[in-house]
Write a protein that binds this ligand. Structure first.
Ligand SMILES: O=C(O)CCC(=O)C(=O)O
Ligand SMILES: [Fe+2]
Length: 183
């Protein structure tokens, strides 16, 4: 199994701009972690949940196609649903937006069923410094392709982080696919 899989051009330049515009036009919420606790040292980002935004169904349709194809070709996980809304995150240099090392599999009802994570780069790489998505499938750290529109998929249990944004703003789109426990 290839642990970290990328799909170039998962979304076009125009599509990424549309998603960012929608997120910018929607009141964002401070990122909350498991059990609604807030820890600004672990994560500093603002979030918009796309299921709360009208006319973004096409984003979910694309996500379903991308995950289905990538899962069949690469992961072969038993996936049953997308139980959580797609999330657009904004990491700004004004407060060094970041997300420290974590696994996406949590203790909650939904977070406990996460199996595959997909992150789409929504910002041109020249527009920000830092903000690298790093995944640790083994002793080596893999840095996700920063290209606009590129999707990175990995098993949700893998440790990963977003390094602090030190200049500009980075936007990303994250979705989780859920299913029965690994066995
Ligand atoms: O923004 C990213 O690149 C990753 C986001 C993430 O890891 C998460 O929301 O769990
Ligand atoms: Fe994550």
């Amino acid at each position: 199994m290839i642990a970290v899989h990328s799909i170039p051009d998962a979304f076009s330049v125009e599509e990424c701009a549309r998603i960012v515009a929608v997120a910018n036009g929607t009141p964002a919420r401070e990122a909350r972690l498991l059990r609604q606790a807030r820890d600004h040292n672990l994560r500093r980002a603002e979030l918009v949940w796309l299921d709360e935004v009208p006319e973004t169904g096409w984003v979910m349709d694309r996500i379903i196609d991308l995950v289905r194809v990538a899962n069949r070709a690469t992961f072969g996980f038993d996936l049953s649903e997308f139980a959580e809304s797609p999330q657009v995150a904004r990491y700004g240099a004004e407060r060094e937006g970041h997300f420290d090392w974590h696994s996406d599999v949590g203790e909650g009802l939904l977070a406990g069923k996460r199996k595959l994570t997909m992150v789409v780069q929504l910002t041109q790489p020249e527009a920000y410094e830092g903000g690298g998505l790093e995944v640790q499938p083994s002793a080596h750290i893999t840095t996700a392709d920063r290209t606009l529109g590129c999707a990175t998929l990995f098993p949700s249990y893998l440790l990963h982080r977003v390094t602090p944004v030190t200049d500009g703003v980075r936007h990303s789109l994250t979705i989780w696919a859920h299913g029965p426990a690994f066995r």
